[in-house]
Ligand binder design. Sequence first.
Ligand code: HEC
Ligand code: HEC
Ligand code: HEC
Ligand code: HEC
Ligand code: HEC
Ligand code: HEC
Length: 454
Amino acid sequence: MVMKLTGYTIVIGIALLVAAFLLIGSAGIATWEYSNSDQFCGQACHQVHPQEPFAHSVISQHSQVSCVECHIGRMGFLESAIEKAGHIKHAWSLIVGYDRPLYSTSLTSAEKSCVSCHPKDTAHHHNSIRTIKHYDQDAKNTEHKTSLIMRTMGRSFGKETRLDMNWHASGAVKYRIDDPQQRSIRWVEATLPDGSKREYQDVRNPLSEQELALTDNVKTMDCINCHNQAGHPFFNPESVIDMALSSGILSSKLPFVKKRMVDLVNKDFDTAEQAQELVDHAWTEYLAELEGISSKKSKKEAVEDLKQLQTPMLGLMVRSKHLEDEGIDWSSFPDHMGHRDTPGCFRCHNGRMQTDDNLVIPVNCTSCHSIPLVTTRGRIPPYYTEQIGMRKPRDHRDPAYMSKHMDQATESCDSCHGAINYGNDDKSHCSNSGCHSADWKNLDLDALRTPDAN
Ligand code: HEC
Ligand code: HEC
Ligand code: HEC
Ligand code: HEC
Ligand code: HEC
Ligand code: HEC
């Protein structure tokens, strides 16, 4: 009897234990899974950072990659649990408050995130053509298409150097930062493929002895230093309108649509309700105007498209101003790729970064991409096609050539580039609007022209 009872108890005991284990286990697994979800990262803490989840789910190429896969990394359970414990400090910031704009202090290395999906040797294995479209604010929303061959795998002809994007991410580039968002860089050390080292300093604003003695501002360049917005891009709203026109979401047949939309996103408002009123008002006005202009069927369809865009436009307005945080907008988050809206590559490739013996981090446009090919209404400028396949003279390979070409321009250039015509009408080599219609304010060619004066 005693034996029987004990056996019975043991069976019950084991059953209970197994049940408890399963219960705790599955609760544990559920909790673990929840703590890995985008919902937990994005919303559990009362919208600490509402901007990133929106940009991640709506605009990013990585909308299917979860927050933790980049922020903590892709790894096994144990390693991941240890990494995650380190992120507990975010809970403390929730109480004491965050610096605004927010920046990441706990992001894992690119090795554990990006590289686990994009192996280093396959990341930039070819050069590719990038086409960007911009639209004028005129009645026809005139389109200008800029095509660039991105030299991501480096240059591959002649005797030119072949430093490429992978070289930057190989541990060869060390730099010192001035601010947590890494907008400004004034010191760089590069280890070249032959093992030699070069130390570059900002000749306009060199580091002081004290700054040079610091060690916690030294970083090693990796994927994230260029692709910092891979997870959640914050585009200039004007670029978003260009993208909408380019992809056909917004019909470029609608007269003045670019101007209308730009005017709208630039309007001031304090609350989402006010933004809604502005959108409703602008829409009513614009639709009335369109009905008056034309009765063509195609335009009617475009008007229907426009109506469907009312809500996304409101979203863009509200998000580009980030109403949730006072004073924060898209420009609060720098984009380190390119050099249009923020310094990006020109943080280092700016003419100011020079060694003691005046070597420079290259600033020539063709170090990174081909000369911009700007086409308007499908017309390819003839000078451009004539130049393809032409050999570049030796002087063009000087890393500081861009600063000298204005002084050297003479008739000797005609044989290859045709007659010199300045401006930005895209009719000749020297009137390329891709080069001359933007104000590259982060490029300091003067710092190169007069090295001895610094
Ligand atoms: C879980 C896997 C994963 C992780 C982690 C990841 N990516 Fe990606 N990434 C992808 C996939 C898949 C695509 C292709 C998406 C597409 O084509 O729409 C992509 C696209 C890209 C692209 C755009 C390619 C193009 O179409 O031009 C870049 C650039 C990129 N990733 C860089 C990064 C960087 C930098 C990181 C780290 C911060 C990273 N990725 C982390 C999977 C990942
Ligand atoms: C020095 C800056 C720089 C670094 C560092 C860098 N990249 Fe890139 N990457 C670029 C540029 C520039 C492009 C081309 C972008 C474009 O076409 O607009 C690019 C394109 C890509 C693409 C698109 C596919 C392709 O080959 O065209 C992927 C994926 C990518 N990078 C992943 C990575 C990964 C992973 C790392 C780290 C190992 C990394 N990048 C480091 C500058 C960089
Ligand atoms: C493809 C990789 C990737 C994904 C996916 C990703 N992030 Fe990020 N995140 C980054 C990188 C890289 C930075 C660093 C940006 C910088 O230093 O400029 C960053 C920075 C941040 C920051 C600091 C502020 C900022 O924007 O620089 C926050 C907050 C953030 N991420 C939240 C999130 C949340 C929430 C998600 C999921 C909804 C997410 N991230 C998904 C790569 C990613
Ligand atoms: C932290 C500084 C830094 C940043 C940011 C940076 N680079 Fe570089 N880059 C360098 C250094 C240093 C060199 C090599 C200089 C030398 O030859 O001594 C270099 C060389 C290059 C070269 C080879 C040029 C040649 O003619 O050999 C290319 C191409 C290039 N970078 C592209 C880029 C692109 C594209 C970006 C932005 C997405 C970028 N770099 C951002 C530091 C940087
Ligand atoms: C250190 C590398 C580097 C150098 C030097 C450089 N660029 Fe770029 N440029 C880039 C990258 C990377 C992008 C692509 C950004 C993107 O993916 O949107 C770009 C984009 C552009 C665009 C398209 C911008 C847009 O949004 O319409 C133009 C035009 C351009 N560059 C012109 C120039 C000119 C002119 C020079 C020389 C004065 C120059 N670049 C020098 C890296 C460079
Ligand atoms: C023998 C033919 C030839 C002659 C002569 C010549 N160039 Fe060039 N130049 C080229 C070619 C080819 C390119 C395009 C290189 C490329 O795409 O990489 C170029 C590119 C350029 C660029 C853009 C460089 C860059 O890195 O962005 C400038 C500026 C330029 N040339 C100015 C001049 C001036 C000024 C003269 C006269 C002093 C001149 N060239 C004489 C063939 C020539």
